[in-house]
Structures are given as structure tokens and as C-alpha cells.
Design a protein around this ligand. Sequence first.
Ligand code: CDP
Ligand code: CDP
Length: 203
Amino acid sequence: MIFTVAIDGPAAAGKGTVGRAVAAHFGFAHLDTGLLYRAVGALVLKGADPIAAARGLVPEALEQPGLRSPEVAQAASEVAAIGDVRAALLDFQRGFARREGGAVLDGRDIGTVICPEAEVKLFVTASAEARAGRRLAELVEAGHAASFDGVLADVKARDARDSERAMAPLRPADDAHLLDTSELDAAQAVAAAIARVSAALGQ
Ligand code: CDP
Ligand code: CDP
């Protein structure tokens, strides 16, 4: 069976949480496409050329520690504005989306560019304040020094860059279902997403 769930939305909206849970529930493969851009961003911070880094990206690069840091997040959003970087990562993502057995991809342009034919498209969003609060909790948990105001500024800067870029900007596909998680906990957001996918599968 070929069946793609495309999940897009701004930073820390809960895309990964929903994506992982939907994939586990239905037995689909899951790809956090932000990790591709984070891996390229991490290489650029070490001095690599962004386009060469994207073209030469190996799967092991997605497993390296440190990809969740705020510095890497900003670097990721900078390299993500480069058309040749996006082009280098396209075929891998498209192949993943249409693999046999079902796939969930989360990112910024899955429903609009990577897989416009996706059977289910979700646009997961929440207020910038709610998202900054969630990201702060994660960073503190992981031992990073961070303040709410600093994280909020980072989230807003990344939202602006991701939405205003010329190449594959962050926006909901016309046929995406909007899932605003501002007032939902993670379990409620996951339940709403699973209900959408079940309906599309006719279950
Ligand atoms: O993938 P994305 O950056 O959109 O977000 P995430 O890493 O899945 O979620 C960020 C954090 O928010 C995680 O710690 C979640 O447990 C939490 N959270 C959530 O995902 N959804 C909610 N409705 C509430 C909290
Ligand atoms: O987890 P969070 O939502 O904070 O970020 P991410 O999904 O790991 O993405 C990091 C950066 O990669 C984003 O700010 C985007 O600039 C970029 N990205 C993108 O351009 N297209 C995607 N499909 C996924 C991520």
C-alpha cells in the first residue's frame, strides 16, 4: 500500500510528536525532514559548503548528537532557504513518501512540494508563545541554558525566515486539515491526527 501522511507547520508545533505517534499507530515509516536540514546546518557550522553538504549527506549524519540545539536550528533554517540545498534533498524525501507500506513525513513543505499527492495533509500549528514554552521545556530537560524570551525570539525569527523565503515557503496546502494545538496536550493532538488518518483509510 502506498499512503502518505504529510505533516507541516512552524517550529515546535508538535509535528514530530504527532508524526511519530501516527506512524507507530498505523505501522508506517516516519521521517522528520527537519533533521535533514539540521544535519546540513551542523556541517555548515563546522565549515562545510551547504550545497556540497546537502549533496553528500549520508543517513548516519541524521543520528549525530547536537542536532537539536538552537544554534543548529538557526543554521538549518538558513541553509533551507538555498534552492540547491532543497533540490539535493528532494528525491530522498519523495522516495520515502511513496515507499511501500505507508509513510509519515513532517516538515515545512511536505504537503506543498515534496508530496502534493499525499492522502492526508495536516498543518499543525500553535501560538508562538505556546511553542516557545514547549521548546524551552525540552531544552532545559536536555541541559541547555535557555530563557523563555530567547527561545521565543528564536522561534519567531525562524518562523519569519521559513514563511518568507522564495523556495518552498512554510504555508498550509489548500487541502490541508488545520490542527491548532495551542489548547491541546500532546495526547489530544495525537488523537485528533489519528482520527483524520483513520477516516482517510476508511477505518
Ligand atoms: O516537531 P515539532 O518541532 O513541531 O514539535 P515536537 O518536537 O513534536 O514537540 C515539541 C514539544 O511540545 C514536545 O516536547 C511535545 O511533547 C510538546 N507538545 C506537543 O508536541 N503537542 C502538544 N499539543 C503539547 C505539547
Ligand atoms: O523541530 P523544529 O520544528 O523546531 O524544526 P525542524 O523541523 O527540525 O526544522 C529545522 C529547520 O529546517 C526549519 O526551521 C526549516 O527552515 C527547515 N526545514 C525546511 O525548510 N523544510 C522542511 N521540510 C523541514 C525543515
